[in-house]
Design a protein around this ligand. Sequence first.
Ligand code: MTE
Ligand code: LUZ
Ligand code: MOS
Length: 808
Amino acid sequence: MSGPRFQPVADPKAHVPSVGRTIPHDSAVGHVTGAAAYIADVPRRSDELVVGFVPSPLASGAIRSIDLAAARSVPGVVDLVTADDLPAAKVWGPIIQDEPILAASEVLYVGQPVVVIAAETQAALEEARRLVTLDIVPAEPILSIERAIELGRFIGTPRRIARGDASAAIAAAPHRLAGVFHSLGQEHLYLEAQAALAYPGECGQIVVHSSTQGPTETQHVVADVLGLGMHEVVCICKRMGGGFGGKETQGVLPAVMAALVAHRTGRAARIVYVREDDMASTGKRHAYRCAWEVGFDDAGRILGYRVDFHSAGGAAADLSTSIMERSMLHVDNAYWLPHVEIHGRVCRTNIAPATAFRGFGGPQGMAVTENVIQEITTHLRGLGKGVSAVDVQRLNLYGVGERNVTPYGQTIRGNHVPEIVDTLRATCDFDHRLATIEAANTRDSLVLRGLALMPVKFGISFTAKFLNQGNALVNVYTDGTVQVSTGGTEMGQGLNTKIKQLVADEFGLPPAQVVLMPTSTEKNCNTSPTAASAGTDLNGAAAVQACREIKARIAAWVAPRFAGDGLGPAAEHVGFAGGWVFDTRRPETRIPFGELCNGARRERVDLGARAFYATPIAGFDAEQGRGEPFFYYTQGAAAAEVRIDRFTGDLVVTRIDLLIDIGRSINPGVDRGQVIGGFVQGMGWVTGECLVYDERGRLLSDSPTTYKIPAASDVPADFRCDFFPADDNVENVARSKAVGEPPLMHAICVWSAVKHALGCVSPAAARRLCLPATNEEILRALRGPAGPADDGGGWGHSAEMRSWDRAR
Ligand code: MTE
Ligand code: LUZ
Ligand code: MOS
């Protein structure tokens, strides 16, 4: 027999901790070889059914009848389910329960599931799908924010965050500007579409494998819809092929559809959305209309600021009210606003319920303010004042120890933004490049260049206080190996890798001795979705806590064995490193970790632990618009240089400089991937990606051929990404800071760079630039408006925007 698989190192002092090092992503090999299993890869069960749904062809209308007869007679069709057949709950929703599981009396958006079909084969499923006849009396769909406002169709209550007297400050200011800024939505385009596999257990119980960021919410809704207790439903998520917020809540419907079929037929049931169904039927980032008004002085110092947000929430509440709240909490971005008034309202529209998307409303909140920074700069330059946008930004930044209270009353501790901005400005030679570019723009008739910088401060914590909790289960086995299960889900972001490193270091083991197990509601109960960038903060901290409980038990048990030679038993002197457990007072007294675990078990020491972590924050009062929602802020700045072809509008991002404070990085390689990946995803939102709907609310850009996300070739060739060496986030796990969402917002500087470039030709053109700045929009801006002058909010963007214009 061979010896134990894991041998301790020769000397515990030679142990190298893994936190802070780049170790490969948990699934790196699986991702590139295809061995990493997604829902569609789970081997087919012999009794398995294929599940799909009939989507609504209309955005709005009353259902008169649903004819299933022809579909039912298709050989191989096993089950058809409509809203009438739902055994218990017929609606769901993470905040407000207003979303039908299946359309009942009316349809609310194109793509809304109306009938669930289960068949023996994909071919039978597709034939049945064609043969279902829906008789719907069409009604006027509400497709624009403006129309929803006109009709008073809202979701939730109006929200307000204010400080001082914004109106008076604006009225008294030397300069005033106002406008309407539009930003469009964004499709997640995760590589793995929505998917779920369900099978019945004994006595009516159900197991659901779901591609979800929120297994607990999935378990909860499946139980509600089937009329089961939560104890009769298990939801498992091994990994997702990307979530980006699109599976924070919206993995629920496919899971419910599969579970319904499994429950009704007693057979396994799997649904994997085809891409067009996924894009048409699931929610996206919210489009926003932001009416703004600002008062400022000769230097560009903001004296008063008002923003009135309306978002396109879609046909159900989903997370929209919470997303609006985060927009309102990020209007300030990194700027001190002495007098400010922010209003937010979610509009109910007839598109798929808009949902979480990396940044969760933060990007929309920051974008309007960056636009205003550019507007202020253009205005002052028009008056002959020699300011640049970066001067205006610098002047308005939160201070260190003063001018450091947010509009909602949270004092900013550890503000590194001024230092980050100054450092980046110097290292990327910003001022010199700006002068060169502006001079060149007046000469070169072929290309136009732009340069912009942007600070970012993003609040870390769920704004709903109760969600800031995590729990973990750690099992140590008698060979010294460790399994860890947490409520966190792996979507590619590297959560499992980071928790593996944290746990390995607690026990002083190599990371290979630790394995992260699939997320399952039977091991970790009542969990929050893996979101708000807090996955590692919450679940990592809980895992560390569980390790410490096990270590304390081991130490108490082993201390008497280490005693002797005049040294008494001392649990506090038991150390863990290099695969050894040793007496820190004389490290030669030591036992290999595996041997010790085996011995401990023989003496009935418990080697498993479950632990809980709750972020120590005061929380936010949404009604008052005041409080301390965030544990800390991830901060940084980025600068973008762009090149525009004046004759085609073609945009190339030529250089990015990015400096971000993510504390002590747990895994710099993984974090670098998060930063560059998130940034490029944000670039997509602010430049190339454009959701186009027809005038009846049907999504035309419903596949990767018509919806362009950045390709590998769009990653800026010159991308300089650095971590700011701050080390002050002492209260968070391993002194790290969350990294998942913030990089997306850094990419807003790419949009600002486009605006800067256009401003060099015509301030009026720049003024009208909406977000995204697609090639088409840039060209339109350069050519000048085709129609009558507008309110400064753009003259027609995508078809969606144009339909809004028509509605105005
Ligand atoms: N990275 C990858 N590869 N895939 C994803 O789906 N989602 C992002 C971010 N990074 C995502 C990602 C979003 S929206 C969030 S909130 C965080 O990861 C969630 O994970 P974390 O809290 O563990 O960082
Ligand atoms: N989800 C949520 C989030 O429910 N609340 C939040 O504050 C949040 N923030 C970012 C991403 N998801
Ligand atoms: Mo991320 S939008 O919090 O899932």
